[in-house]
Design a binder for this molecule. Structure first.
Ligand code: THU
Length: 130
């Protein structure tokens, strides 16, 4: 599935974002290794630290559908700047991806950047390294 098709899924999810505190609505679409698409939006809370990133929502949706492998993940920013996943979400993506998995960012103005997970999260924590 091409990046622009995944982007349309991410844009649809972005519309559902609950972001009344930051006004920063993010949409994510994951292409699972099974070929299915799982999307998610950020879900904020009046108790600010309880907010959930769009990546976490999409990953939860994926796992809840019995898919545990990310082939590609697309993140749509609400602004003309690309939205890179936060540090915690990089680790969450790494749980279900490998170093070559593509992470694709789109801005509202259509800029696109594709990087590997390894680029975003070098020396990722693993428990089986020794
Ligand atoms: N956010 C995401 O959902 N994904 C990211 O990659 C970065 C940030 C959310 C968290 C919060 O609801 C809002 O964007 C502002 O930080």
């Amino acid at each position: 599935m091409d990046n622009h098709t995944l982007k349309t899924h991410a844009l649809a999810a972005q519309k559902n974002a609950h972001a009344p505190y930051s006004n920063f609505k993010v949409g994510v679409a994951i292409l699972g290794s099974n070929g299915n698409v799982y999307s998610g939006c950020n879900v904020e809370n009046v108790s600010f630290p309880l907010g959930q990133c769009a990546e976490a929502t999409a990953i939860g949706t994926m796992v809840n559908s019995a898919c545990t492998s990310i082939k590609k993940i697309v993140i749509v920013s609400p602004t003309d700047e690309l939205c890179f996943p936060c540090g915690g979400c990089r680790q969450k993506i790494a749980e279900f991806a490998d170093s070559n998995t593509e992470v694709v960012m789109f801005s509202q103005s259509g800029d696109e950047k594709v990087v590997s997970l390894e680029t975003l999260l070098p020396f990722a924590f693993q428990m089986d390294e020794n």
